[in-house]
Write a protein that binds this ligand. Structure first.
Ligand code: ADP
Ligand code: MG
Length: 695
């Protein structure tokens, strides 16, 4: 309890250290999302500095989230010269605004290099914290990052905008249900984070893990995850020691690290915090990923956050548990006990269904990157098709709404909105469905498509905005209504009829679902370059502009940045493969060929009657594979050269997906086949057996 939040400049610390009036002013800003009063900045900065210095900090940094998907920081010391000596200073101006030279961050053409300045602006709704890295202690101030002209260059600004949009529309709907107490609705998120651990020694011997974060070669070990003995198995001591330190570090940072366990694949684990407001949950998830990686090194481990570090066993994702809560204490996705609450719940539920069906492409797009292409659609993660799991009870209710009052059974009559009962849904009333990409789990939705390396910002920007839009449509209609109950019932029925197709309670991994989904007209977008296109479609641009989340320029910039990231990722992977093939695999295989040839000569010299068939057959196979691999390398080099020549990034990304990626797969197949025949003592790379099973 003493440890929790000890490194956070949280409300308790502020209350203690700030003058009453200043604290009240700041708290109002934080709680109600009002603009920050600049006159209090100096006082807050001084208190923050003193607190940080007491903790041992010498430097501060604006901590921001550029489009790289990770966090960025530039440290400045508090030092300021004074009469030959030095003072420790930190002004309100320095707290509120920073001006990092931002020319080397991806900006997708939003910032010409001659206008390199970017600005960071204090996000006082996410608490500042000090980070301890051994002896070095730094005050970190969460900030938004934008261009000179005010365009968002980061993942925080649009997230805050989307939360604003959702709050506005959700409040309109709440008001229609007679709510006079709520003044803000916040989306809430609990993100479950999966990761792999490998011994650092193996990591350092694998160029692919170092350069690409995943194995680009590697034959599967004789055992994988088929015995299901790792999932929830007892946690090894070395890993437990690591988890203990991770938890302590996170607790100090005010992150509620709660759940930890072995995941399905050998060497795979999960950590989950308790949910909180989406902005803070996003910052905290970044901190979780950072802490996971940093602490691992102290244990001679490396934490891999890549979506698919090892072929042949499960990859890693992130489950984004999402709901909305109003500041008068309601979870808006909690089915209530009274008819009134039920009607309100059904309205928010239906808005979610409508949003997910209407904007499935955007949701798919929000989970697209090169790493996640290895998961979505494979038999472990949800398929690339977006659908909703509601569970039996709610699905039945949906059917009743569709059937409406026209159906004569008494059960259906109960469903008239605002009347009778919606049975209180016990939290776990529904069978756990693990295959659905968007599953209702009692009082929240679990979006399961995210990759483990993602900032959760992107997907939540999309969820917040599309649901805000559905709620807006509802509010626009109902605010004009003269007979609320009747019109609401009609609206829900229409919505249910129109969007029911997105609800699927079966097995999302089955082939039949792919066929069925096609019949229903649901999107199935297999790859990143295709998925990203959704972001700049006319309807998407209109949606984001209408809710003030992105302008047209920002959206196109993001599209370009994400395509470039895709291309660069594949380029790095292809180059690494070529290096590994030429510098280690081919030489090792050639060495082994020499050994075999020498053995044949030597043995035959002793007596022509001796059986050298093992050496001969192996040599033959080896040379075949070696030759094939040589051709694969040349083909990959050619495909790469051609793709790199394309100047249009949309076409370039497509070429990388269609040509470069397939050439990589062919090269890998021969490389892995060689691994199976080359002598273990000659093979130059740590194997899957070692990397997955030695911890
Ligand atoms: P699972 O069964 O999916 O592994 P976990 O218990 O590991 O579930 O994780 C569930 C996550 O959902 C936790 O982070 C939890 O805090 C979060 N959660 C619970 N209620 C809400 C809510 N109202 N909004 C958002 N997230 C929530
Ligand atoms: Mg889960």
């Amino acid at each position: 309890m003493e440890m929790f939040g000890q490194n956070v400049f949280n409300q308790a610390v502020m209350r203690e250290r700030l003058p009453k009036a200043v604290f009240k002013n700041l708290k109002k800003t934080i709680d109600e999302g009002l603009p920050l009063d600049p006159t209090i900045a100096d006082v807050v900065a001084t208190a923050m500095k003193e607190w940080a210095i007491e903790k041992g900090a010498t430097h501060f940094t604006h901590w921001f989230q550029p489009m790289t998907g990770i966090t960025a920081e530039k440290h400045d010391s508090f030092i300021s010269p004074s009469e030959g000596g030095a003072l420790m200073e930190f002004s309100g101006k320095e707290l509120i605004k920073g001006e990092p030279d931002a020319s080397s961050f991806p900006s997708g053409g939003l910032r010409a290099t001659f206008e390199a300045r970017g600005y960071t602006a204090w996000d006082c709704t996410s608490p500042a914290f000090v980070r301890e890295e051994g002896e070095v202690i730094t005050l970190c101030i969460p900030t938004a990052f934008c261009s000179y002209t005010g365009e968002a260059l980061d993942k925080k600004t649009p997230l805050l905008r989307s939360m604003e949009a959702l709050s506005k529309q959700a409040l309109r709907v709440l008001k229609l249900f007679g709510n006079t107490t709520a003044t803000r609705v916040t989306s809430t998120v609990g993100a479950e984070q999966e990761y792999f651990l490998v011994d650092k020694g193996f990591y350092l011997e694998r160029p692919d893990l170092m350069m690409a974060g995943r194995t680009l070669f590697g034959a599967m070990s004789s055992k994988g995850q088929e015995l299901e003995d790792h999932y929830f198995g007892s946690i090894k001591e070395r890993v437990l020691a690591y988890m203990k330190e991770v938890n302590e570090e996170l607790w100090k940072l005010g992150v509620t690290a709660k759940t930890q366990h072995n995941e399905v694949a050998p060497g795979q684990f999960e950590i989950a915090p308790i949910f909180e407001n989406t902005n803070i949950a996003t910052d905290h998830n970044q901190m979780i990923m950072d802490v996971l990686k940093r602490i691992a090194l102290r244990h001679d481990l490396v934490c891999l956050l890549h979506e698919k570090p090892f072929a042949g066993v499960n990859g890693s994702g992130k489950h984004n548990n999402w709901s909305m809560s109003s500041n008068d204490g309601q979870n808006l996705l909690e089915p209530g006990n009274t008819p009134h609450e039920n009607a309100q719940f059904l309205t928010f539920l239906m808005a979610t269904i409508k949003a997910v069906d209407t904007h499935a492409g955007l949701l798919r797009c929000s989970c697209a990157n090169a790493g996640n292409d290895h998961r979505l659609g494979a038999n472990e993660a949800p398929p690339a098709i977006i659908s909703i799991f509601l569970g039996e009870q709610l699905a039945d209710i949906l059917d009743q709404i569709v059937a409406g009052a026209t159906k004569s059974s008494s059960k259906n009559a109960d469903m008239k909105i605002g009347v009778k009962t919606l049975p209180a849904l016990p939290k776990d009333a529904t069978d756990r469905n693990r295959t659905s990409p968007f599953a209702f789990t009692g009082n929240k939705f679990e979006f399961r498509m995210l990759g483990s390396s993602f900032s959760i910002s992107g997907p939540n920007i999309i969820i917040n905005t599309i649901i805000a839009d559905a709620l807006k449509e509802f509010a626009d209609k109902l605010e004009k209504s003269k007979n609320f109950d009747a019109d609401l019932e009609k609206l829900l029925q229409e919505t249910a009829k129109k969007h029911k197709r997105v609800v699927f309670n079966g097995n999302n991994y089955a082939d039949e679902w792919v066929k069925e989904a096609k019949k229903r007209g649901l999107l199935n977008i297999p790859s990143t370059p295709e998925a990203l296109k959704e972001l700049v479609k006319k309807e998407a641009v209109e949606l984001f502009v209408a809710h003030g989340v992105f302008n047209d320029k920002e959206l196109h910039a993001r599209y370009e940045i994400m395509l470039e990231q895709y291309v660069k990722t594949l380029n790095i992977e292809a180059l690494t493969m070529i290096d590994m093939a030429k510098q280690s695999i081919i030489p090792a295989a050639a060495d082994y060929a020499t050994t075999l040839a020498a053995s044949i000569t030597a043995v035959t010299a002793v007596s022509g009657k001796l059986n050298v068939s093992a050496q001969k057959e192996t040599l033959e196979e080896l040379c075949d594979k070696l030759g094939a691999m040589n051709n694969n390398v040349k083909a990959l080099e050619k495909a790469l050269e051609k793709a790199l020549d394309i100047s249009d990034v949309v076409k370039q990304a497509a070429a990388f997906r269609e040509k470069v990626f397939s050439a990589m797969l062919e090269l890998r197949a021969n490389g892995d086949a060689l691994e199976k025949i080359v002598a273990a003592n000659i093979w130059p790379l740590p194997t899957y057996r070692e990397m997955l099973f030695i911890l």
